[in-house]
Design a protein around this ligand. Structure first.
Ligand SMILES: [Zn+2]
Ligand SMILES: [Zn+2]
Length: 354
């Protein structure tokens, strides 16, 4: 299924203003709201336009979408996160609450099907790596649906048999009598382990489990300027679940290594730099390292120890926003520990002249 462009979905131009997006959504939402439109495809359309609106009405999500498309949005936000940020209240005031439809989108939450396990991965990065958006390939050991049996666990050519004990429900009722009362307890079927089916001839590749262990290469997009400890959620990239159950998610935690030169504070970068006493007194042009290579910094004559200079725009990109931070250079004036006789003589004369 080729996912349509969000702008197309709402019928607006790529550079549409927020108001134009809002207007377009309002019109379409009234047309396809499930309370008004009972056509079978209306709900899907409504969800589609609502998703497009939720993304395009939010600066950060829109930026992510413009740069990386839907994949980029899905990689960074869960379905719920996509909708949660947007304000739908103003559109549906007259209707029976947006929350109802909303919960339909997500299957009501609480009693969803079991999923595969979530996985986590720690990604080591340096400050230099996050001066722009980047893509990393990581290797994740995880369980995947067995390709031989398609996850059924049954040898190809055979199929799992419905469990006769529980009739395929995976549950059995146990009736206990306590005096006159009869207690009905529902427990997992012991014969099939609650799966509802039995496998006579297990698949040889997965030994009937339906999943196999694989190491998978996954490309992930790391947004510029992320903080240490930032966690990216990759939906569906965790362990496969039992047959027919969605996989878990993969959480990638970005760990930024301490830098040998720079300290970081939000999007600003701090550097301490030694300057010779003569340079400080007479002024000098310094070659200052930054995350983007060396820049020249003019230090005026008479610069005092501890003076901080600002190098504009050489900090990190603002995470999820526009522009960059700055670099601050603190000057540490170095006093020579030893002088030659000639230097001592010159310093004496210098002192006398003051
Ligand atoms: Zn198999
Ligand atoms: Zn059973």
């Amino acid at each position: 299924m080729a996912a349509k462009d969000y702008y197309e979905v709402l019928g607006v131009q790529k550079g549409a203003t927020k108001d134009q997006i809002k207007d377009a959504y309002r019109k379409l939402a009234l047309q396809f709201h499930p309370d008004r439109n009972k056509a079978p495809e209306a709900e899907a359309r409504f969800k589609e336009i609502s998703e497009a609106y939720a993304v395009l009405s939010d600066d950060e999500k829109r930026r992510q979408y413009d740069a990386y498309g839907r994949e980029g949005v899905y990689q960074r936000y869960s379905q719920e996160d996509i909708f949660r940020g947007a304000d739908f209240g103003e559109f549906f005031r007259g209707f029976g609450g947006f929350d109802d439809i909303f919960s339909q989108f997500f299957g009501g939450g609480a009693r969803g099907p079991r999923r595969g396990e979530d996985l986590s991965y720690h990604l080591q990065m340096n400050l230099e790596d996050i001066v722009q958006d980047s893509t990393r390939e990581i290797e994740i050991p995880r369980s995947e649906v067995c390709a031989t049996c398609n996850g059924s666990g049954a040898k190809p050519g055979t199929s799992p048999q419905r469990c006769g004990t529980c009739g395929g429900t995976g549950q059995v009722q146990k009736v206990q009598s306590a005096g006159f009362a009869r207690l009905v307890r529902v427990t997992a079927c012991g014969k099939c382990g609650g799966r509802g089916y039995l496998i006579d001839s297990p698949c040889r590749d997965c030994r009937g489990r339906g999943t196999v262990q694989k190491t998978r290469k996954i490309s992930i997009m790391i947004p510029a300027g992320v903080e240490d400890g930032h966690t990216l959620r990759l939906r569906g990239e965790g362990n496969a679940g039992e047959a027919g159950v969605p996989p878990g998610d993969l959480y990638v935690v970005v760990n930024l290594a301490p830098h040998r030169l720079f300290a970081r504070q939000d999007s600003d970068v701090y550097l301490e730099m030694k300057v010779g006493v003569v340079q400080a007194m007479l002024g000098a042009e310094l070659a200052v390292p930054t995350l983007y290579g060396e820049v020249k910094l003019s230090v005026p004559h008479g610069t005092q120890p501890g003076t901080v200079f600002k190098v504009k725009g050489k900090g990190l990109p603002n995470y999820g926003g526009w522009g960059k931070g700055d670099q601050y250079v603190k000057v540490d004036v170095e006093i020579p520990k030893s002088l030659s006789d000639q230097q001592k003589e010159l310093m004496k004369r210098f002192g006398e002249q003051r």
